[in-house]
Design a protein around this ligand. Structure first.
Ligand SMILES: O=C1O[C@H](COP(=O)(O)O)[C@@H](O)[C@H](O)[C@H]1O
Length: 223
């Protein structure tokens, strides 16, 4: 694991957006299409703002969320809604969104169709992950009903996930597909998450799911 510390959150957002643009640009020089997988939640908005204004060949970029809460896009809880507002605007509006949500009452009802649509876009070229204070990443929550299945090396690309602290049902890219990313960044802010990350390094992925992806990751932190 590499650890990069920034003086403040603005610097982190600008610097990481620049790094991601560089990596996406490099991948676009070698590949017809590039897969960019990103987190939802409260952390990535400023990074998306900075990145959406960068000139890139976005028409050849496929953007997917690492995980989605099973709520319609109009919900303030929707990660897809966040993505549309903060990343898929400006120059980045030309990118293609690979959906992780469909109009079905439960994620199980759309699992097969979403998985089939996503599979041709693997491996992920550039991956950005968030982390909760409980050490979850994507929707791999400690204590979640299908966590062990999602951590297994033969896990399918997507799994539904339910956990007490998750709120609504979720759908998530599973650990082997996250680990298969060609470049991995974890972004965390604040002292509490830094302490949680340090703790995760001493635990197993079942106890601390973020531990499943740290080996090859660069962690970006600001106070
Ligand atoms: O629920 C989620 O939480 C994590 C962390 O979110 P944050 O608000 O603490 O930044 C996020 O990475 C994930 O995509 C999201 O669905």
């Amino acid at each position: 694991m590499n650890f990069k510390e920034y003086p403040d959150r603005d610097m982190l957002a600008l610097d990481l957006a620049d790094t991601l643009a560089g990596e996406l640009g490099a991948a676009l020089r070698h590949e017809d299409r590039v897969t960019f997988s990103v987190p939802g939640g409260t952390t990535p908005g400023p990074i998306f703002d900075a990145l959406s204004g960068v000139r890139l060949d976005w028409e050849r970029v496929d953007v997917v969320l690492n995980d989605e809460r099973w709520v319609p896009e109009t919900s303030p809880r929707s990660n897809t809604g966040l993505l549309r507002q903060r990343l898929l605007s400006g120059h980045a509006a030309a990118a293609t969104l690979l959906p992780l949500y469909a109009d079905a009452p439960e994620p199980e009802g759309a699992l097969e169709a979403l998985s089939q649509a996503l599979a041709p876009h693997m491996p992920i070229n550039v991956l950005v992950l968030g982390m909760g204070g409980d050490m979850h990443t994507a929707s791999l929550f400690p204590g979640a009903d299908r966590l062990e299945e999602a951590l297994a090396s033969d896990a399918p690309i997507l799994l539904p996930m339910r956990a007490e602290d998750a709120g609504e049902p979720r759908i998530t890219i599973t650990a082997p597909y996250l680990r298969g990313a060609l470049s991995t960044h974890v972004v965390i802010m604040g002292a509490e998450k830094r302490a949680a990350l340090e703790r995760a390094r001493t635990l197993t992925p079942v106890e601390a799911p973020i531990a499943a992806v740290l080996a090859e990751a660069t962690v970006h932190w600001a106070p």
